[in-house]
Design a protein around this ligand. Structure first.
Ligand code: PMT
Length: 508
């Protein structure tokens, strides 16, 4: 057992903005039995999204407010509830957490827990862990205002400060009792700021994953449950005559990996598949669309119901201007005139902008609109979908930045398809992820399913941000295209793009 580190500075002075990342750190999130325990779910999610390993500890009362399964799904670690619990390898759970944590965050902390901690009563897993740990401890109290003001609580908080613990909050506002007072759990952003401040520039304490409490491989993250993800995979085949076509070397592996990862994370998946040479997953709605035109129709038909579009398909940029019904004879040679195919992704982005910028004819017919076009938000619809494109480049990814802007997507995943181990037909891929107003993020060479999961981590974060802004009613006009509509866009609305010749089947 290690001796406690008393160097962590006092109360809230060390708070920093919550954008600070916690990459590579192990944060022990300790939840006690308060109605505010549900807000700890948001903390767990924010910490994992910012790159932390998270181990949740709960008192028995806390489990009456939030089920451990919620935290286990988010963190992929079993929640520790008892000081006597052993890990699968027989190590004592709370001692492993205490010895490997970069910080312990107790949020929410009840009056009872503050009293137990102030007196070193190690009768629950959280006090036991704090007593055994040299890591900085951040405490976010939440309770009734009178309880917070009671001299016993005041003295207990003073004792924790004297231990070097950082105390953040509570805030003043409406409390569970219906009264207003000082006792509300501080806002998550403030708590994470205090946590970042407490960690300051300390190096990661125990970087090795094997020393930390283990991930449980049987727990799958289901962060996309309830979301509908539309994925394209494979290449398109643009016919020349009855038997020949212009195609490319896409096998569908990358798109299928994205579809499989999305299914594993609980999403409802529609897979629009061009020409593929890999087995397609069960449990998706499969739409076969082997030309750019058919793929466009299939994507635009499914898009209004989708929360996410990932275009991993290699769509031909050109097609023969004329298609011959019969097989062409080889005598006399052949000269092909090519014409550009529609840009499906750019059309999808434009359709999204149109729909979310000005609403649809149906929305305008809503009596509440007084005949004015209404925003879809006013009609109670979901936030706009997250749009993700891939970019196949050769030799340099320089052109990918232009594609990001031209296609109007939220994320562009650029891969150098001339690099060994990357691009067409490979099991692995080295990608650089581009997002508007952010520095390009190069990822190492990874198996395609790992690229898919990391990509969905990013998508999950965008979905969470988007729905938070949606619920709080922040302007959805932000970031929309305010260009006047072109003729093709002006005479048909989003729902007019519904005709498709694609075959649709449900795979179960
Ligand atoms: O299938 P695999 O064998 O696993 O190979 C994976 C892959 C190399 C095909 C994949 O990783 C990839 O890079 N996919 C995108 C290929 C591509 O068409 O890139 P692009 O730079 O030409 O197009 C950019 C984006 O616009 C893509 O999302 C593409 O789907 C989309 N696009 C392109 C042309 C077009 N007419 N309409 C489109 O929507």
């Amino acid at each position: 057992m290690t001796s406690p580190d008393r160097s962590a500075a006092g109360t809230e002075r060390a708070e920093r903005p919550a954008e600070l990342r916690f990459e590579g750190r192990l944060i022990v999130l300790a939840v006690t039995g308060s109605i505010a325990a549900y807000k700890a779910v948001e903390l767990a999610r924010a910490l994992t999204l910012s790159g932390a390993d998270v181990q949740v500890l709960m008192t028995h009362t806390a489990t009456s407010f939030v089920g451990p399964l919620t935290f286990e799904t988010l963190t992929r670690r079993r929640v520790m509830r008892d000081p006597l619990e052993l890990l699968p390898d027989s190590r004592i759970g709370h001692i492993v957490a205490a010895d490997t944590a970069d910080a312990i965050l107790v949020a929410p902390a009840t009056a009872r827990w503050l009293a137990a901690m102030a007196h070193g009563l190690a009768d629950d897993v959280i006090t036991a862990t704090c007593l055994a740990s040299a890591a900085p401890v951040v405490v976010a109290p939440a309770m009734d205002g009178e309880m917070h003001a009671h001299p016993a609580t005041v003295a207990n908080l003073a004792a924790l400060r004297a231990f070097g613990y950082t105390i953040v909050g509570p805030d003043t506002g409406a409390l569970a009792s219906g009264a207003t007072g000082e006792g509300r759990l501080a806002e998550p952003s403030r708590i994470l700021g205090a946590l970042a401040g407490a960690l300051a520039d300390r190096p990661v304490r125990v970087p090795g994953a094997s020393a930390r409490p283990p991930l449980d491989p049987t727990i799958r993250p289901t962060d996309l449950a309830g979301y509908r993800v539309l994925v394209t995979a494979g290449g398109t085949a643009e016919p020349i005559d009855a038997v020949r076509f212009i195609g490319n070397r896409s096998t569908g592996k990358m798109g299928v990996a994205v579809a499989e990862a999305a299914i594993a994370r609980g999403a409802e998946v529609t897979l629009v598949a061009g020409m593929t040479s890999v087995p397609l997953p069960q449990g998706v709605t499969l739409v076969r669309a082997e030309t750019a035109d058919r793929m466009r129709a299939a994507v635009l038909q499914a898009l209004p119901a989708a929360d996410v579009l990932v275009m991993a398909a290699a769509v031909a940029d050109f097609r023969p201007a004329e298609i011959h019904d019969r097989k062409l004879a080889r005598d006399g040679g052949l000269t092909l005139e090519l014409e550009p195919t529609p840009d499906i992704l750019a059309d999808a982005a434009r359709a999204v902008r149109r729909r979310w910028q000005q609403g649809t004819a149906d929305d305008a017919a809503d009596p509440a609109s007084n005949g004015e076009p209404v925003r879809v938000r006013d009609a109670g619809a979901a936030p706009p979908p997250v749009l993700v494109g891939f970019a196949a480049e050769t030799g340099s990814l320089q052109r990918a930045g232009d594609k990001l802007a031209r296609k109007g997507v939220d994320l562009l995943v650029a891969n150098d398809v001339s690099e060994p181990g990357s691009g067409f037909g490979t099991e692995t891929n080295r990608v650089t992820v581009l997002a508007p107003e952010a520095a390009p993020e190069p990822w190492p060479l990874l198996p395609k399913h790992e690229v898919a999961h990391r990509l969905l981590d990013r998508v999950g974060a965008l979905l969470a941000q988007r729905s938070a802004r949606w619920v709080t009613g922040e302007s959805r006009g932000e970031g929309v295209d305010s260009r006047p509509l072109g003729p093709a866009e002006a005479d048909g609305n989003f729902r007019a793009f519904v005709g498709t010749e694609s075959r649709t089947e449900r795979r179960r």
